[in-house]
Write a protein that binds this ligand. Structure first.
Ligand SMILES: [Zn+2]
Length: 288
């Protein structure tokens, strides 16, 4: 599942290729891809035709194309979404869902999504409290650690105030955005914290360290082009990321801990998995 670094790789690629391009046609090939748009395929395409893409922005895992009309095309990659720049006249991808052509650019933009958990919708850009324009449906998403206006002290305060297990808090996109299962496990391993530790038991310093580690591991992934566990994830040029070798915890059950050598374990967590070192990240003592 794409997390912040993967989405940022896609955003950068798109910003490079489609900024200032004028949309000529939009074809929706699967209705599920626009299920969050309250209109028909025809009105989706009608609203976009003739508009110029002025910027490609992102908050957490949400990305959007800004349009000359003051609207935005919010794009969520879901589990397997890809946005590809393709030469015209090629055999369409098997899971092509939405195709854009441009009047001042020969290549096409394809939204491809095998599992159709992702999609696009048109949204209004609204003024956020801090004078920044943001799509209406993204305004509840907290700033991510890469945002120049990210406030570490405030994020620490919000994490500690949420009475829950630390991993749940790290995944809560309204507290801090962009951290998914992979980078949460990595940040917890780097900080030697068990995923079930109650947030109320974290010191300010420990919470700040966790967020700093989350940013650090995501920066490393970004520098290498995103993490890929799934051949479905590729960036706009069709190249898959290759960061998986750099992970210390995620997906490494029964492999030795890079710090102490103990074999890592996998716990089930919210219908998914959590990977940790039983020695470096022992279970928190219960307080009953
Ligand atoms: Zn260890």
């Amino acid at each position: 599942m794409p997390e912040l670094p993967e989405v940022e790789v896609v955003r950068r690629g798109l910003a490079k290729w489609v900024t200032n391009k004028k949309i000529e046609t939009v074809s929706v090939l699967h209705p599920r891809a626009i299920r969050n748009f309250p209109g028909t395929k025809k009105s989706f395409s009608g609203q976009l035709t003739g508009q110029k893409i002025t910027a490609v922005n992102r908050r957490g895992k949400y990305m959007w194309l800004e349009l000359s009309s003051g609207q935005a095309v919010v794009t969520h990659l879901g589990m397997s979404g890809q946005v590809l720049i393709q030469k015209p006249g090629q055999e369409p991808e098997k899971h092509l869902r939405i195709r854009f052509t441009f009047s001042n650019y020969k290549n096409e933009m394809h939204f491809v999504d095998q599992r159709t958990f992702g999609g696009m919708h048109i949204d209004e850009l609204i003024q956020a409290t801090d004078n920044e324009l943001i799509p209406r449906t993204v305004r509840h998403i907290a700033r991510d650690p890469f945002d120049p206006a990210f406030d570490l002290a405030q994020a620490v305060e919000k994490l500690r105030a949420k009475k829950t297990e630390i991993k749940r808090a790290l995944l809560d996109q309204t507290l801090v955005s962009g951290i998914g299962n992979i980078y949460a496990d990595e940040a917890l391993w780097r900080s030697s914290v068990h995923w079930a530790t109650p947030t109320s038991r974290l010191t300010e310093a420990k919470a700040a360290q966790l967020l700093t580690h989350a940013k650090e591991v995501m920066s490393e992934a970004l520098a290498q082009g995103g993490t890929s566990f799934d051949s479905l994830y590729v960036d706009v040029n069709g190249q898959s990321g290759y960061f998986e070798r750099g992970l210390n915890a995620y997906g490494r059950e029964d492999e030795p801990c890079d710090r102490c050598g103990r074999l890592l374990v996998r716990d089930s967590f919210m219908n998914r998995s959590s990977f940790r070192c039983p020695k470096c990240q022992p279970k928190p003592r219960t307080t009953k």
